[in-house]
Unconditional design. Structure first.
Length: 277
């Protein structure tokens, strides 16, 4: 079976060579797939491309579609199921350099953990003559909550989460780390400032109680989601509450892990009076 595979010079647009309205975009004939059968899968096509075009040896970098505006084809689908015959055309997209999801998550979570503790334990670097460790209970509590949250997220990334996709574009690492690391520096600078004014004890401990509850709820949801997908698979199931009462939020919202995370940071803000957190 011979299939013509075409690509576009733009990573954001899928175009046909014959479309005169798409000015500024150039198409190229990538490779002819002449050693495939009807039983060959999309993964076989990607492997064929990787062998003949070493730039695309990483299969995660490749995306194939039947139509420019169609969905990406799944690896396990066969050419026969797609109804492709001799002379058919597939559209190829270069997704760019890729990096593992778990690698990105570990980097973006490790940064806030280290940045926050660095500022809190080295105040003289950031506050000049005012620099000294702030001796207020809420400051130490906030540091423990912050460190505990990001330590939890790192451990969940390594041992709990099961990702449906192996990789993401490498530029996401820069964007994600900039956001997480930057806000960690901002919040830590405010909470650990020598002139920081602490709220009342009642407010601190109320916020702490809410934060801990939401953290437990967040972990409970992550564990429930893990149990829905067998290891090494891409199975998708509809989540439902388990025997853990903290998972009952599945009856109210579709993504309760984010609901709990938002709640945790709202409680952290109440506890510290840093409402930009």
């Amino acid at each position: 079976m011979t299939i013509a595979l075409h690509c576009t010079a733009s990573n954001k647009n899928w175009v046909r060579r014959s479309d005169p309205s798409l000015k500024g975009f150039t198409n190229c004939h990538l490779v002819s797939l002449s050693e495939l059968t009807k039983r060959s899968t999309i993964k076989d096509v990607k492997e064929y491309i990787g062998v003949h075009k070493r730039k695309y040896a990483d299969l995660n970098r490749q995306e194939l579609r039947q139509e420019p505006s169609g969905k990406a084809l799944k690896d396990e689908i066969t050419l026969e199921e797609l109804g492709l015959n001799n002379g058919a055309m597939l559209y190829f997209k270069d997704r760019g350099l890729q990096i593992g999801w778990s690698t990105v998550f570990v980097c973006e979570y490790a940064g806030p953990l280290l940045v926050y503790l660095w500022i809190s334990t080295r105040p003289w670097i950031f506050y000049g003559d005012l620099g000294k460790v702030v001796d207020k209970p809420v400051v130490q509590i906030a540091a423990l909550c912050w460190a505990g949250h990001y330590a939890k997220r790192i451990l969940e990334t390594l041992f709990v989460h099961r990702f449906s996709n192996a990789t993401m574009p490498i530029m996401n690492l820069l964007k994600n780390c900039t956001y997480y690391w930057g806000f960690a520096a901002y919040v830590s600078y405010q909470v650990n400032h020598p002139l920081y004014t602490a709220p009342s004890d009642a407010q601190v401990y109320a916020g702490l109680a809410g934060f801990l509850l939401c953290e437990m709820g967040n972990f409970s949801i992550h564990w429930a989601l893990r149990c829905l997908r067998p290891a090494g698979s891409k199975v998708r199931k509809i989540p439902v509450p388990t025997g853990n009462p903290l998972t009952c939020l599945f009856n109210v919202v579709s993504c309760p892990n984010y609901t709990y995370e938002i709640g945790a940071w709202v409680c952290f803000s109440i506890m510290t009076l840093i409402f930009e957190a």
